[in-house]
Write a protein that binds this ligand. Structure first.
Ligand code: UD1
Ligand code: UDP
Length: 372
């Protein structure tokens, strides 16, 4: 029996690690522990609820306005002392958050092999996304096994000198999570908050990236206002991230446009999937949403200047629209005003991020590693 601990801290780690936890639990060769750092509280719990997962341990580190130093140091010492008392054969971390890197470092310091789920994605610019690109690069530097979603991600790793035998191309586990939710939530009823969008065009929007805080986020809000002025038949659904730095800007900048905006608290994963399906298109700076949108063939305008998920752009399932007000407005209006543009987009229907079997492939890779 191999002791494996899956360490998660934030909403996307919870969603994307959930299928891995569930797949490993089905295999008697593994004793699986779910360890939450609590970098996120409500948003982590909400994401896990959709998969009926309750963490076995929770460090509960979150504070309002927490700094990167604070998250990194408290995860490092918290995970480290837990590992000292609970020896593990491997820890699994996911993605690119401060939890990911600090937990991996705690494992590394104890010579515990680290498996990195969603390894190898690169924007090749350490400042974008910030600090996520650095977190991911640093985690890959000290990991033992690499679960790369795509061939391109695997190539990034081999170019950095990582041995091919340690890399497994699996697809992205978010597609496993998405399919699970789509299968289980057939016939879900229309949520009440969508009433305002009846007979209107729904646009789903999320934004929270650290590098966009402040003026960039205000510019994004101005683009929303421009779009409303051009097309009064649209309604934006904006599930607000819990971070006060983000939600205050949205609320303040868009307060006069109530009839065209629906603000909600963060949506449960199944509600968010429902909203993605329901919308005409999505405006987002999220990593996971780029992958999910391609899987359900929904146009996504990516509000970033560079993406570590180039497959979304090269295959045309997403459009990198940057963070300038004018470009966001113009690209969004193309989708609203030009049916041919939409048709051309939908015809591509390419799914570069996997087929929903990533977590099974990760389990098989672990069996191979442990020779069981
Ligand atoms: C973090 C990750 C980012 C990831 C994002 C997913 C880092 C440095 N950042 O960014 O990579 O894309 O999560 O959403 O790891 N808050 C709550 N309740 C919650 C969650 C957050 O109140 O459940 C508030 C707190 O005031 C907290 C703040 O949001 O201090 C910021 O949270 P933090 O995890 O530091 O940064 P995110 O912007 O969420
Ligand atoms: N998501 C959700 N509820 C919401 C907004 C997003 O469940 O209200 C999901 C979304 O489907 C995706 C993930 O959360 O899987 C993205 O999280 P976030 O944008 O916080 O992080 P990122 O992907 O940018 O790291």
């Amino acid at each position: 029996m191999k002791n494996i601990t899956c360490i998660i801290g934030t909403r996307p780690e919870a969603i994307k690690m959930a299928p891995v936890i569930l797949a490993l639990r089905e295999d008697n060769n593994f004793c699986v522990t779910t360890f939450a750092t609590g970098q996120h509280t409500d948003m982590l719990r909400q994401a896990l609820d959709d998969f009926n997962i309750i963490p076995d341990y929770n460090l509960n580190i979150m504070r309002t306005s927490q700094t990167l130093d604070y998250i990194t140091s408290s995860v490092l010492t918290g995970v480290g002392s837990w590992l000292d008392n609970h020896p593990q054969n491997m820890i699994l971390v996911h993605g690119d958050t401060s939890t990911t890197f600090a937990a991996a470092l705690a494992g590394f310091y104890r010579h515990i092999p680290v498996g990195h789920v969603e390894a190898g994605l690169r924007s090749h610019d350490l400042s974008l996304p910030f600090p996520e690109e650095a977190n991911r690069v640093l985690t890959d530097r000290i990991a033992e096994l690499f679960f790369a979603p795509t061939q391109g991600d695997a190539d990034n790793l081999t170019h950095e000198g990582i041995s091919r035998e340690k890399i497994f191309i699996t697809g992205n586990t978010v597609i496993d999570a998405l399919y699970r939710i789509l299968e289980s939530k057939q016939g879900v009823s229309e949520p009440e908050y969508l009433l305002k969008a009846k007979n209107k065009l729904l646009i789903l929007m999320t934004a929270h990236r650290r590098e966009s805080w402040g003026e960039t986020l205000r510019g994004i809000c101005r683009a929303v206002i421009d779009i409303i002025h051009s097309r009064n038949d649209v309604v934006f659904l904006i599930p607000l991230h819990k971070n006060p730095v983000v939600r205050e800007v949205f609320r303040e900048c868009l307060k006069d446009y109530e009839s065209n905006i629906i603000f909600t608290e963060p949506l449960s994963y199944s509600e968010f999937v429902y909203a993605m399906n329901k919308s005409a298109f999505i405006l987002s700076d999220s990593g996971g949403v780029q992958e999910e949108a391609s899987a359900i063939n929904k146009p996504v305008l990516i509000m970033r200047t560079v993406s570590e998920r180039p497959e979304a752009i090269t295959h045309g399932t997403g459009i990198l629209v940057g963070t300038d007000r004018e470009r966001i407005r113009d690209e969004a209006l193309k989708f609203l005003n030009d049916p041919e543009h939409v048709k051309k987009f939908l015809a591509k229907n390419i799914k570069p991020f996997g087929n929903g079997e990533a977590s099974i492939k990760i389990r098989e890779a672990l069996r191979k590693y442990f020779e069981i």
